[in-house]
Design a protein around this ligand. Structure first.
Ligand code: PTJ
Length: 259
């Protein structure tokens, strides 16, 4: 057995995963999801979701393809132009990119809102605490005093001054029903999802087919680079972005990628 073969099973801290391991990013992701489940942040179903994502990432070549980079730039432009941008956080997002979501929220002046598919008060509190440990100030989603229309009970709960009021929402790793319901509310929806055929990216104004681990820091970099752009420049970036082409390019890469 090589040193690499022995890495995955018993890692207690992510620092123990060697950065030169050929599957480093995948091992890191798996470890973070597992740690998230142990901390009460991530739902067990989050492991299934991660497994699906990981398979698509493998087929994409585990890199940000050019059309995903374009989508991340367009998403940054939308968030910068928004009146009230909100970044939605579920159990997988909190486990994988807590500090990175806080940094993006700061770069585009957005609210962070915990919004769960499998909602319990314990998980909401654990995720809000986890985000605060990673530098978040105000975390929304605890009040849940409004509802997304046309969606069954708990999954519909949002803050009236958060997602309900937002004009632009980032919903990473989202379930299709809720992505559709948010779309029906007329919000500009940015979705991060490694499966281009999933309903969430299919309904998104900006579908980002990329691993959230790469996508969020890249969006923050774009947002910082665009911070001094005027409205016309940001609008031109949005206008140039073609959502259909982005979805087609991702599917094409998955079907014909050179592995
Ligand atoms: O924390 P909760 O209770 O809100 O539950 C969160 C999950 C993710 C369990 C829930 O929203 C769910 O069941 O989602 P789905 O329907 O499994 O969809 C998740 C999507 O995210 C799938 O299409 C995956 O391919 C994709 N995905 C998984 N991991 C990643 C990813 N996309 C980008 N980056 C990833 N790391």
């Amino acid at each position: 057995m090589s040193d690499y073969d022995s890495v995955s099973a018993d890692v207690e801290h992510e620092e123990e995963i060697p950065e030169d391991h050929p599957r480093y990013q995948d091992l890191l992701t798996r470890h973070r999801i597992e740690a998230g489940v142990e901390k009460g942040i991530t739902h067990l179903q989050g492991m299934h979701a991660e497994g699906r994502g990981s398979a698509f990432d493998y087929l994409l070549g585990e890199e940000t393809i050019p059309s995903a980079d374009d989508a991340e730039r367009a998403a940054a432009a939308h968030l910068l132009l928004a009146e009230h941008p909100v970044l939605s956080i579920n159990g997988n997002v909190a486990a994988l990119v807590p500090g990175e979501m806080v940094a993006l929220a700061e770069a585009v002046d957005a609210d962070l809102e915990v919004n769960l598919f499998n909602r319990t008060p314990e998980r909401i509190d654990a995720i809000a605490d986890h985000l605060r440990e990673h530098g978040a100030g105000d975390v929304k989603g605890l009040e849940a005093d409004a509802r997304i229309p046309n969606l069954e009970h708990k999954r519909a709960k949002v803050d009236a001054d958060g997602i309900y009021d937002a004009d632009v929402v980032l919903v990473p790793l989202e379930d299709g029903d809720r992505a559709e319901a948010l779309d029906e509310m007329g919000k500009t929806e940015i979705v991060i999802d490694l499966n281009p055929l999933s309903r969430s990216p299919q309904v998104a104004d900006v579908p980002i087919v990329d691993n959230i681990i790469r996508a969020v820091p890249n969006m923050t970099e774009h947002a910082r680079a665009l911070a001094d752009s005027d409205e016309a420049e940001l609008e031109a970036i949005i206008e140039d972005f073609d959502r259909e082409r982005a979805l087609e390019n991702a599917e094409e890469r998955i079907r014909s990628g050179d592995l």
